[in-house]
Design a protein around this ligand. Structure first.
Ligand SMILES: *[C@@H]1O[C@H](CO)[C@@H](O)[C@H](O)[C@H]1NC(C)=O
Ligand SMILES: *[C@@H]1O[C@H](CO)[C@@H](O)[C@H](O)[C@H]1NC(C)=O
Length: 293
């Protein structure tokens, strides 16, 4: 079994102590317990006894929330229902970030569109302040019609972005060929909705229609049962796992053959942008990870 205890101050990942809290997993998330509404002056709301969170955007402001805990690896699921109707110009983001300078970040962003036109799911990974690793997708369903589960698996080997358990993207740890990988900085989970009509929809051609405001995104069933986290001033990361008897398998989990197949299917059929195919951006040659499958 692998365990992690990481000092908040140490920038280097250390495997020191055996420290597993096997929580008898209580299902059913509570947004009051796990998150703070961080901005938006009342436009973010936690309702239904903590079961549902809504964020809204109008012509004065967007809104956002952040996790109380800081994570250093985890398998994080969030169910989102995106802004329906004409959501052009709006961006709803769901991301992990260490904040500060030279930050690490794992991003999901949902770029709205005109009624009936597809949302764009934008993904990126930042290490030590450097991103430029965008991949974008359309979805195979209408993300505004119902809740769907958006997940990030982040462990020392890999980062996998998934939708309803179907992987969209994998960013492997390729430190051995010189690609920095986020693994030293604890991250909080953030979400927000804001106006980005200078660039979001068809490169900024389509503006937000404020007559449709407020624009609202909804969240439920947050799950981070499998995670290593810091909480309330703790100085070391505690790891938890749903698999009480076997230890945290998720910490070394990789995509199995079935998932690899699904990933290929998504990339073939729904990927609309890949930095690794954008030769204009990289006249000196693509980043090294682009040559690895
Ligand atoms: C915001 O929208 C409201 C309602 O449509 C409108 O009355 C108000 O003037 C707008 N405010 C700004 C700053 O555009
Ligand atoms: C909006 O719809 C257009 C037309 O289908 C599509 O090309 C575009 O990728 C969609 N998404 C955004 C964010 O513009």
């Amino acid at each position: 079994m692998a365990f992690f205890s990481c000092s908040r101050n140490a920038v280097v990942l250390q495997i020191i102590t055996l420290f597993l809290i096997t929580s008898a997993v209580v299902s059913g998330s509570n947004y009051f317990q796990d998150f703070d509404i961080s901005w938006g002056e009342g436009r973010g709301k936690i309702v239904n006894n903590g079961e549902l969170l809504t964020l809204s955007l109008d012509n004065y402001s967007g809104s956002g929330f952040q996790s109380k805990k800081e994570y250093l690896f985890g398998k994080i699921d969030m169910q989102l229902k995106l802004v329906p109707g004409n959501s052009a110009g709006t961006v709803t983001a769901f991301y992990l970030s260490s904040g500060g300078s030279d930050h690490d970040e794992i991003d999901f962003e949902f770029l709205g569109n005109l009624s009936g036109e597809p949302y764009t799911v934008h993904t990126n990974v930042y290490t030590q302040g450097k991103g430029e690793r965008e991949q974008q997708f359309h979805l195979w369903f209408d993300p505004t019609h119902d809740f769907h589960t958006y997940s990030v698996l982040w462990n020392p080997q890999t980062i996998v972005f998934s939708v309803d358990s179907t992987p969209l993207r994998q960013f492997k740890n390729l430190e051995k060929i010189g690609v920095p990988f986020p693994k030293n900085k604890p991250m909080k989970l953030y979400s927000s909705i804001w106006n980005a009509d200078e660039w979001a929809t068809r490169g900024g051609l389509i503006k937000t229609d404020w007559a449709q405001a407020p624009f609202m995104a909804s969240y439920r069933n947050f799950n981070a049962d499998d995670a290593c986290f810091f909480s309330y001033g703790s100085i070391s990361a505690h790891c938890t796992s749903k698999e009480a008897n076997t230890g945290p398998i998720w910490l070394s989990q990789k995509l199995g053959p079935n998932s690899e197949e699904k990933l290929k299917w998504v990339q073939r059929n729904y990927m609309i942008y890949n930095y690794c195919n954008d030769a204009k951006r990289f006249p000196q040659g693509f980043p090294p990870e682009c040559y690895v499958n």
